[in-house]
Design a protein around this ligand. Structure first.
Ligand SMILES: NC(=O)c1ccc[n+]([C@@H]2O[C@H](COP(=O)([O-])OP(=O)(O)OC[C@H]3O[C@@H](n4cnc5c(N)ncnc54)[C@H](OP(=O)(O)O)[C@@H]3O)[C@@H](O)[C@H]2O)c1
Length: 310
């Protein structure tokens, strides 16, 4: 066993173990803090070790000495295997997985965006697509990276950690941090809405096909014509797919609580600090889902702490 883990960890059946991805900053870091305050032993993960270790050290300085670090780049299969091995060797099981890491899928001129001074209500309505087109660039590479991170990376981490979650002694929880951009009503195409909204017939294969279709239309410059959302298109569809995947997983593992949650519009790097809520407020929904009682709701979408329509 890792000596640092042994020194920090209270072992035993009642101890809960959690992993949070993309936790060196923002909502992820705050989720780690709140879970640690609830007595959960949290593995804070980050793709960059120095940023991750700095974040762990900030929590240790607050007295949360049981938080441990492990490197995790959700795009790197070896890094995912290494995390799973670390958990197996040191804890033998996992109780909570918070899939929080995400990429925006765009390149932003941050000064230009700030100068536009868009108010939160307009931003959230999704009606600013035309105003922001000069400061937010969509490239195929960024769209691909976004889907690979937000959906395929999340799926890779989940699949690798599921065997450990199945060993949970307190009822495993998976929390997929989503976005209000995921909501089906925001997808103009009725057939895509129906496809992603039919919980009983969803499957990983169907989701792969949606990703493929989206990327094809992106390349052909045919997003609007084919009814994809034009406001942060790759990010929006990645989160809609994450929600659909959440329902696929919830059906497969009925003994677990597997949910997705929109954290709120939070002031972080991901939205170039346009958000109006604090990270403390933003982490409430993910933390609530992570701490649901055994037998709590599963296959649900939460808008912050309230169950909402997909
Ligand atoms: N902020 C909001 O208003 C808002 C609204 C709706 C949903 N969300 C969701 O909330 C979650 C957290 O976002 P945030 O707002 O807290 O943003 P953030 O502060 O930018 O955090 C994003 C995190 O993801 C990490 N990440 C990106 N690619 C990764 C990879 N390949 N492997 C591992 N980690 C990776 C980043 O690491 P680096 O530091 O190394 O880049 C960072 O730690 C995301 O799922 C986001 O979609 C946020």
């Amino acid at each position: 066993m890792d000596p640092a883990v042994e020194a920090n960890g209270k072992q035993g059946e009642s101890q809960r173990y959690a992993v949070v991805t993309g936790a060196n900053k923002g909502i992820g870091l705050e989720t780690v803090r709140q879970l640690a305050c609830h007595g959960v032993k949290v593995i804070l993960t980050a793709r960059d070790s120095s940023r991750g270790l700095k974040a762990v050290s900030s929590l240790h300085q607050m007295g949360l000495s049981s938080v441990v670090f492990h490197q995790l780049d959700v795009l790197d299969p070896l890094s995912v295997v290494s995390l799973a091995n670390f958990i197996r060797e040191n804890f033998g099981r996992l109780d909570i997985l918070v899939n929080n890491a995400a990429a925006s899928g765009v390149i932003v001129d941050e000064d230009g965006l700030r100068a536009l001074n868009i108010d939160p209500a307009s931003w959230l309505s999704g009606k600013v697509t035309n105003i922001i087109q000069d400061v937010i660039k969509h490239t195929y590479e960024k769209a691909e990276e976004c889907l690979n991170t937000n959906y395929y990376g999340l799926r890779r981490v989940t699949e690798a950690l599921l065997p450990l979650l199945q060993q949970s002694t307190s009822g495993a929880k998976i929390v997929n941090v989503s976005s209000l951009r995921s909501e089906l009503r925001r997808i103009p195409s009725e057939s895509t809405r129906n496809e992603l909204g039919s919980a009983e017939t969803l499957s990983e294969e169907k989701l792969d096909a949606v990703v493929k279709r989206f990327l094809h239309d992106f390349k052909e410059n045919a997003l609007e014509a084919n009814g994809w959302s034009t406001m942060l298109p790759a990010y929006s569809i990645s989160k809609a797919i994450v929600n659909a995947y959440t329902r696929v997983l919830a059906r497969k593992y009925p003994e677990m609580c597997i949910n997705c949650v929109h954290p709120g519009y939070v002031d972080t790097d991901l939205n170039w600090h346009t958000g109006s809520m604090t990270v403390e407020e933003g982490a409430r929904g993910p933390v609530m889902c992570a701490l649901l009682p055994r037998g709590g709701c599963t296959g649900c979408y939460f808008d912050q702490t309230q169950v909402a329509d997909f």
